[in-house]
Design a binder for this molecule. Structure first.
Ligand code: ASP
Ligand code: MG
Length: 436
């Protein structure tokens, strides 16, 4: 069970998470830092990187004050647990202080930022212990490791974790830190921002969990973007591949690399809502889903580039020369559509657009359309099924469509429209596909 920063963002939230994680026996709970803390710790390091020790000390003082308040509210009885919680927080604050006084760049920054998860987990553990729960700490720095290229080492993680678990013995609940780990030299490092989801997936895979639960403050995945469209509803289940297609669109879903360990170990991932714990949420798994359209999503600020050349007709090597241009400027292409005499691609990063266009002009005639949006329709859309494409195109019959792409995977149809038509397109798709 993984809880993100907002789920443990206040004493009140910590208490409600404590209730959720003690329902069953022996669950492993992965926690993020309390919301805002990771940023504040990075700010401390940033002051040090800029040579401003006063700025760092003042930021740390604010952090210390915040945690003093949290302890006071979480442990109001002022008993042994208050003292224990205070001394654990003090240990982290002291460690940051000493890191500031002998600051040595990136490694110090990593040591400082690791304190966020160390503090949130110590608060949770002490709180559970104060309630009489048999909770135990599984220090992630004792089992979570990455190799020289920063990739988690699943064999090693699994071996270390199982010996650690048998060493510390049975517990009602195990608490562990998301995000933080050690490098091959044993130094503290991390799995990048937002890495607690990755931690949870790795721990779930390493222990052969029945299920990995990612608890956030939203009700799973919706079938359309609730910011733009009314009457969206939660998607109850998604294939890992469908989830991966949606990830690009900033749908509130896990990054594909985060859930890869779960996918490979065939462990379902369930997205759940701490504010509404009984809601079913969204299940992501490898099971072959129903043949139906599950969700739509959109991403704007897309630029479409068309390269037209009669030299492309019946020639080989043309596409490769086009793609090499994008490769040279480290610009990734998202959608592609080809005809016999031209190709259209989309990019979402215009940093090198002038250079890219200059080089493409040597290959053909170029047309650029900016301020476009990709609309993505996701589901199990295997080609032998009939009617999916027709339903999608029909829903959008009153909107000018610049590109259509289907067949790259079994799981999506993408369409490119003007950004100003995005909301209308999303609404029409909801109306035609889901709410009819
Ligand atoms: N605390 C880390 C971050 O804010 C990791 C996480 O929350 O997933 O990026
Ligand atoms: Mg997060």
């Amino acid at each position: 069970m993984k809880f993100g920063g907002t789920s443990v963002g206040s004493p009140e939230r910590i208490r409600s998470v404590a209730g959720l994680i003690t329902k069953d026996d022996g669950d492993i709970v992965v926690l993020s830092a309390m919301s805002g803390t990771t940023n504040q710790l990075l700010e401390i390091a940033d002051y040090m990187n800029k040579g401003n020790a006063v700025g760092a000390a003042e930021t740390l003082e604010r952090l210390r004050g915040k945690y003093a308040g949290v302890v006071k509210e979480l442990f109001p009885d002022n008993d042994e647990w208050t003292a224990k919680a205070n001394s654990d927080i003090k240990e982290s604050i002291d460690a940051i202080t000493s890191e500031i006084s002998s600051y040595n760049g990136l490694q110090s920054e990593k040591n400082i930022v690791a304190r966020g998860e160390l503090m949130s987990t110590s608060l949770m553990l002490n709180y559970l212990l104060s309630c009489g729960v048999n909770a135990k700490m599984l220090p992630s720095l004792d089992y979570m490791t990455v190799n020289a290229s920063g990739e988690p080492d699943s064999k090693e993680i699994s071996a270390k974790l199982s010996s650690l678990l048998s060493e510390i013995g049975a517990a009602k609940v195990y608490i562990t830190q998301g995000f933080i780990c050690r490098d091959p030299e044993g130094n503290i490092t991390n799995l990048q921002r937002g890495g607690s989801d990755y931690s949870a997936s790795l721990v779930g895979a390493a222990t052969g969990a029945d299920e990995i639960q990612i608890w956030t403050d939203i009700d799973g995945m919706h079938n359309n973007d609730p910011r733009f469209v009314e009457n969206t509803s939660p998607v109850r289940e998604l294939h890992f591949e469908e989830a991966a297609e949606l990830a690009y669109f900033g749908a509130k879903i896990l990054h594909p690399t985060c859930i890869l360990p779960a996918k490979l170990s065939n462990i379902p991932v369930r997205l759940l809502n701490t504010m509404e714990p009984l809601a079913e949420g969204t299940m992501i798994h490898n099971a072959s889903p129903d043949h139906k359209i599950k969700a739509v999503a959109a991403k704007d600020n897309i630029t479409a580039i068309k390269i037209k050349s009669s030299r492309m007709l019946l020639a080989y090597g043309f596409l490769s020369r086009v793609f090499e241009v994008f490769e040279r400027y480290k610009t990734s292409i998202d959608m592609i559509v080809t005809s016999e005499v031209g190709v259209s691609v989309t990019i979402d990063n215009e940093q090198y657009l002038p250079q890219i266009l200059a080089e493409l002009k040597t290959l053909g005639t170029i047309t650029v359309d900016r301020d476009m949006a990709i609309i993505c329709v996701v589901g199990n859309l295997e080609w032998k099924n009939k009617g999916f494409e027709a339903a999608v195109v029909n829903a959008l019959k009153d909107i000018p469509v610049r590109m259509i792409s289907y067949g790259g995977s079994n799981y999506n149809i993408s369409l490119l429209v003007r950004k100003e038509d995005k909301v209308k397109a999303l609404s029409l798709l909801s109306e035609y596909l889901f709410n009819k």
